[in-house]
Design a protein around this ligand. Structure first.
Ligand SMILES: Cc1cc2nc3c(=O)[nH]c(=O)nc-3n(C[C@H](O)[C@H](O)[C@H](O)COP(=O)(O)OP(=O)(O)OC[C@H]3O[C@@H](n4cnc5c(N)ncnc54)[C@H](O)[C@@H]3O)c2cc1C
Ligand code: SF4
Length: 506
């Protein structure tokens, strides 16, 4: 029998794929990471707002469909995945996020693991990403067995004043946990470009810098960028994945391995499993439960600009403050509201898309005078909120919105809180279907093969050698940002693979 090309193939070089690659680095396994995108070039346009927001230089040009309507999704295909563009907010889920939680519109389901199981891996992920933060100030902070290894990024002067005004309202604002290389000897300049732009000087704690590059320092790990996996091929019984069909430089080939770790992002992983349907698995791989592609979530999110007509906001790096006093509701027994966080500084070119009919001079004034926030609340998994693949191979996204009334209540509450910080005008704009930043839930893990695609260690119930470790495994979205939770679970899975490698690869 022909030897396999690799022991382990990892598909996708984002947080999930990168964390597994790092756990396998230095082991006896021959590991290949396949990444459809190139390495993101370091160039002047990295920090050029016109290039990033108006020309959409880094956004994919592929077309997806939202119930038949074509659109260009907010997807970024590069080594390091979406963290090249992320806002560096690295939150742990709350303990109660792992349990059933009653919301206005239904119940957010329990995870097959509890917080305690993931807790050490959260600590490890915070260490690897060099997260800056302080434990115990966030009133919903779960227990940490290890403190942050870096102190919080200090507030710039205006934000320190706003923090005091939030405290004066009886709230408990806290330092946002942030993955930037800031402080003595650090490279970060605390510029205004951290959210939705890549870091030109590699100071952002993204998956390429923190996971992929250290993994590649080991000779057993190899990366092929520009290699897009189009299908997974199974053996005749359909139990094992035998090869990934890859298109690289226009050439289609099969790459064989003993084990496959899929981490192409929640939407693309689901699409890849669905596209890989065969006679044994007519509904797609890992999908005897028919959950693959379903339960798509991406949070209910609204950008809020708190504007004072006579006060300029000179802040450069605003991502230092968040408010969780109402995360689980306004009063005991209420249903959850959500998270309020500072957003990266909004500047005029960013407003051209959302406010096309507003004159440029007004957009500029708004941006100069605003403090920018992000209200986020949980959306609930619904079986008809769904990724499917059209007959031409394109992705169709049907986002069944849930829990919108709760989100509106949260936005209203945030407006009230922000006005009380001294900002009389609060403008709000919700994010729509094309913003898929917090995509999750499409390949859910669980205890029961009838209702989930993956077991609690993210192995496909239907296949002996397939794991899925991107945000697709989330059974619920919680109301905090997802990247640290993807990292923690992927580190956990990666350690499991390394510890049990002999039997897993045999
Ligand atoms: C603008 C923006 C801001 C964000 N801010 C935050 C934040 O502040 N905090 C936070 O926690 N989260 C944030 N997020 C979300 C966070 O970035 C994601 O949750 C996280 O990166 C998901 O990691 P992943 O490994 O699941 O997927 P991804 O990062 O999407 O990685 C998947 C990788 O697979 C590759 N790929 C896809 N299909 C294929 C294929 N067929 N073959 C080969 N390779 C493939 C992709 O190119 C990509 O590199 C933000 C996202 C965006 C877009
Ligand atoms: S704030 Fe720091 S990490 Fe973020 S883009 Fe600027 S220099 Fe890079």
């Amino acid at each position: 029998m022909k030897a396999k090309d690799y022991d382990i193939v990892i598909i996708g070089s984002g947080v999930g794929g990168g964390a597994v690659a790092l756990q396998l680095a230095g082991s006896d396994a021959k590991v290949l990471v396949l990444e459809r995108g190139p390495q993101l070039p370091r160039e002047a346009q990295n920090w050029d707002l016109e290039a990033v927001f108006c020309d959409q230089r880094y956004r994919t040009t592929e077309t997806w469909f939202a119930d038949g309507r074509p659109f260009r999704p907010g997807m970024f295909y590069f080594v390091g995945g979406h963290t090249k563009f992320y806002g560096t907010a690295m939150f742990r889920f709350r303990e109660r996020d792992f349990e059933e939680l009653v919301h206005d519109e239904g119940v957010s389901p329990a995870w097959p693991i509890r917080y305690a199981e993931l807790e050490p891996w959260y600590g490890e992920a915070e260490r690897l990403f060099e997260v800056h933060g302080e434990c115990g100030i966030d009133p919903t902070d779960p227990p940490h067995s290890t403190p942050y290894s870096h102190p919080p990024v200090p507030h710039e002067p205006l934000l320190a004043k706003i923090e005091a005004r939030l405290r004066a309202q009886g709230l408990k604002p806290f330092p946002m946990p942030s993955a930037i290389d800031f402080g003595p000897g650090g490279r970060c300049q605390r510029c205004a470009n951290c959210d939705a732009l890549p870091c030109k000087i590699d100071a952002k704690g993204d998956a390429e810098i923190r996971l992929i590059r250290p993994a590649l320092a080991h000779p057993n790990v190899e990366l092929r960028a520009g290699a897009q996996v189009e299908r997974l091929i199974t053996d005749e019984r359909g139990r094992r994945i035998v090869a990934a069909e890859v298109v690289e430089g226009g050439v289609r080939r099969r790459i064989t391995a003993s084990l496959f770790v899929l981490s192409a992002g929640a939407i693309n992983s689901a699409a890849l499993l669905l596209r890989s349907a065969n006679a044994r698995h007519p509904r797609g791989l890992a999908n005897s439960s028919d959950v693959v592609g379903r339960h798509y979530m991406t949070h209910n999110t609204t950008a809020l600009m708190a504007v004072h007509p006579f006060k300029r906001n000179p802040t450069r790096f605003p991502k230092t403050l968040a408010v969780h006093d109402f995360y689980f509701g306004e009063r005991a027994g209420d249903t959850p509201l959500g998270s309020l966080q500072l957003l990266g500084k909004i500047r005029e070119p960013m407003l051209r898309g959302p406010l096309p009919s507003v004159p440029k001079v007004v957009r500029s004034l708004l941006a100069q005078h605003s403090v920018d926030w992000y209200a986020q609340s949980e959306d609930l998994p619904h079986p008809e909120s769904r990724i499917s693949v059209r007959s031409d191979g394109a992705i169709n996204l049907h986002w069944h919105r849930t829990n919108l009334a709760a989100h509106q209540r949260w936005v209203d509450k945030c407006r009230q809180v922000l006005r009380a910080t001294g900002y009389p005008i609060v403008l709000a704009k919700s994010f729509g279907t094309e913003v898929v930043s917090h995509q999750c839930g499409t390949v859910r893990f669980g205890d029961d093969p009838v209702t989930s695609a993956l077991d609690p260690l993210c192995k496909a119930w239907d296949h002996d050698n397939l794991y899925v470790v991107d945000a697709g495994f989330f059974p619920s979205s919680a109301a905090v940002n997802p990247a640290l939770t993807v990292a923690a679970q992927a580190l956990r899975v990666g350690r499991h693979l390394r510890t049990n490698m002999k039997e897993i690869l045999s």
